[in-house]
Design a protein around this ligand. Structure first.
Ligand SMILES: [Zn+2]
Length: 123
């Protein structure tokens, strides 16, 4: 078997079967490396490797979330890229609350990488 097939039949399959367990603790639209690490055990590095492998095999998609420095909610998500072209992000929560600062340079806000379970890969 090819490496990808083995992984597909092992951990992704297992992930799919145990989805109901995960759902109670994890949003399948926001899977963090830490969720995978906690779920399968092992190191963060291994979990990251599995996540990126799942992207390459078409099971996950990879995204970047921008965190508002004021209220710490994720205010914008974009498909993962090494070159972020977006220069500013706006927090509508802080805008509504009249917090003063609600528009931020993307270079100055915390970014978090997360994954999304692709539709159809977990039925
Ligand atoms: Zn905010």
């Amino acid at each position: 078997m090819k490496l990808f097939e083995i992984i597909d039949k092992t951990w992704i399959g297992d992930f799919g079967r145990r989805k109901s367990d995960i759902i109670t603790s994890t949003d399948p639209d926001k899977i963090y490396v830490e969720n995978i690490r906690a779920f399968f055990g092992g190191s963060t590095r291994m979990a990251k490797f599995l996540c990126d492998l799942a992207v390459r095999t078409g099971h996950f998609t990879k995204h970047i979330g921008f965190e508002c420095p004021n209220c710490h909610s994720i205010i914008k998500t974009i498909p993962y890229t090494k070159n972020i072209k977006l220069s500013k992000v706006k927090c509508s929560l802080c805008e509504i609350r009249d917090e003063g600062d609600f528009e931020f340079d993307t270079s100055k806000v915390d970014k978090i990488v997360f994954y999304r379970l692709k539709e159809g890969s977990h039925d």
